[in-house]
Design a protein around this ligand. Structure first.
Ligand SMILES: [Zn+2]
Length: 272
């Protein structure tokens, strides 16, 4: 009798635990499924290095990412399936991704060009993101950062609209698309009321301000909006926000960037 009681107690304790785990996991969006046409997509050779091995951040990283090659490859597949319709689209051909985990003041950045890209990820940031010892939170954050940086490796680049200067349409496109992919993959909160979403501003602010707008367009105007926005870099030359919107949605006054932004701002409650 006693044995049975213990068994029941263990059983209910473990079901409570798994219910808790489910609740915790649902707090952080799980990795999106990789579509069957992308499961063999080759993002290039993954050259993974930890160059600050003695740091606490490196130690934590190795605990959450046990197979870096697979982790980076799978997340690259999630990025390309968000940016492209099919592996036969004109996707930048990357031979090598140098992925470096090291100590520096910052979060993560992409450098390099052509067929070789480098992504550095900061052990300082890993330590900061792990202050509450929350492994799921750190995994969610790390995935979000890698979605953003891998977008820079595989996104198209608009022509004739400036350079990477923190203010041009080119810059806004580059950074806005990277954060749109991060939202679409679930590593910024997809709820428009979330504090992850900056309020107000302009599409020219790039990053999350533009990223959430592009995600809203995908939910409300065209289910393939982010893919079409990325593709517009090859189709609209010289590129402009207004030209891209009209190219994707039709050349009508209501599809001007000003009009669509206004509609978005009203819909999400930033403007009355
Ligand atoms: Zn960026």
């Amino acid at each position: 009798m006693k044995k049975i009681l213990i068994a029941v107690a263990i059983l209910s304790a473990s079901s409570i635990l798994s219910a808790n785990q489910t609740a915790r996991q649902s707090k952080y969006h799980l990795p999106i499924e990789i579509g069957h046409q992308w499961t063999d997509f080759n993002p290039g050779f993954i050259n993974f290095k930890i160059t600050s091995p003695g740091t606490k951040g490196a130690e934590i990283y190795q605990k959450i990412v046990t197979d870096p090659d697979k982790y980076i490859t799978d997340n690259a597949r999630r990025v390309v399936q968000t940016l492209y319709f099919s592996p036969s689209d004109s996707i930048p051909n990357i031979d090598t991704i140098n992925y470096v985990v090291r100590a520096f003041d910052g979060i993560s950045y992409k450098s390099g060009g052509g067929n070789t890209v480098q992504i550095d990820y900061s052990t300082d940031w890993i330590e900061k993101s792990f202050v509450e010892n929350d492994t799921l939170k750190l995994d969610y954050e790390t995935r979000g950062v890698i979605y953003h940086e891998l977008t820079h490796a595989f996104q198209l680049e608009p022509k004739g609209c400036g350079e990477y200067d923190g203010k041009s349409p080119y810059w806004a496109f580059i950074e806005g698309t990277a954060d749109a992919v991060r939202v679409a993959c679930g590593c910024f909160d997809q709820d428009f009321n979330s504090n992850d979403r900056p309020r107000g501003g302009s599409w020219m602010n790039g990053y999350r301000t533009l990223g959430y707008f592009l995600y809203w367009m995908q939910l409300n105007k065209d289910k393939d909006f982010i893919k079409k926005f990325n593709a517009s870099a090859l189709q609209v030359i010289p590129w402009s926000f207004d030209g891209a919107m009209k190219h994707i949605l039709g050349d009508k006054p209501e599809n001007s960037i000003e009009n669509l932004w206004n509609e978005y701002q009203i819909a999400v409650g930033d403007k009355k």
